[in-house]
Design a protein around this ligand. Structure first.
Ligand SMILES: O=C(O)CCC(=O)C(=O)O
Ligand SMILES: [Fe+2]
Length: 210
């Protein structure tokens, strides 16, 4: 979003730092799923946003949808456990998340996925992160949101009308999906008609969760 980019042009905010985790709030969703939310965890992240936006080798993907090939409505990047991350702040955040959840998750966060939502037309459709172990085991996916605020929606898989949970994720906010969330619930970032600046979502996952 232009304010963030302008702030970094003026040389401010080049020191992303993590706030304390004591403000973390857990919401039980039901069916063994939960979310933790910590607004403003990553502070001073304006320059980080600008660096990621400008320097990550973003990929535009196309996917088969029934009988058509369509553009995936966001840009993507992926870093495996052994890859160099595009910014040291991401490694610091990953370590802090691994430490905070060590006793509950019993393994570290390893991979980093990035999504770039260029404007309100970019989105992610309803899904669970079920390509890996999330389909069969309790696990966690931690998301740090940077840039323009967007709503992340959650709903029980296979229906549950009226049970949609909405969380607005702003610059520096942390949301962690845990327990059975990837197999019993779905999540989405819907398109919005409101004028919306760019957003980057940083997802931390254990090995084998995708
Ligand atoms: O934009 C987000 O924070 C969610 C992205 C997501 O659900 C995914 O990449 O699996
Ligand atoms: Fe997801």
């Amino acid at each position: 979003m232009s304010v963030y980019l302008q702030a970094s042009l003026f040389g401010q905010g080049d020191d992303a730092r993590l706030g304390p985790t004591r403000g973390m709030r857990r919401s039980a969703l039901g069916e063994g799923a939960w979310i933790d939310l910590l607004p403003g965890w990553l502070r001073g992240a304006d320059a980080l946003f600008a660096r990621l936006a400008g320097e990550v080798p973003w990929r535009a993907e196309r996917r088969q949808m029934y009988d058509r090939v369509v553009d995936v409505p966001r840009l993507l990047a992926y870093y495996g456990a052994d890859d160099d991350l595009p910014d040291a702040a991401l490694a610091t955040a990953r370590e802090a998340l691994s430490a905070h959840y060590a006793s509950e998750l019993r393994e570290p966060f390893r991979t980093v996925g990035l999504c770039f939502y260029r404007d309100g037309r970019d989105s992610v459709a309803w899904h669970g992160d079920r390509i890996g172990r999330g389909a069969t085991e309790d696990t966690m996916v931690a998301i740090v949101s940077l840039g323009a605020p967007r709503d992340l929606l959650l709903r029980p898989r296979g229906g549950g009308a009226g049970r949609t949970v909405r969380r607005r994720l702003g610059h520096g906010d942390l949301l962690v999906m845990g327990g059975s969330c990837q197999r019993t619930w779905e999540h989405a970032v819907p398109k919005t008609a409101r004028p919306t600046g760019p957003r980057i979502s940083v997802q931390f996952r254990p090995q084998g969760v995708a």
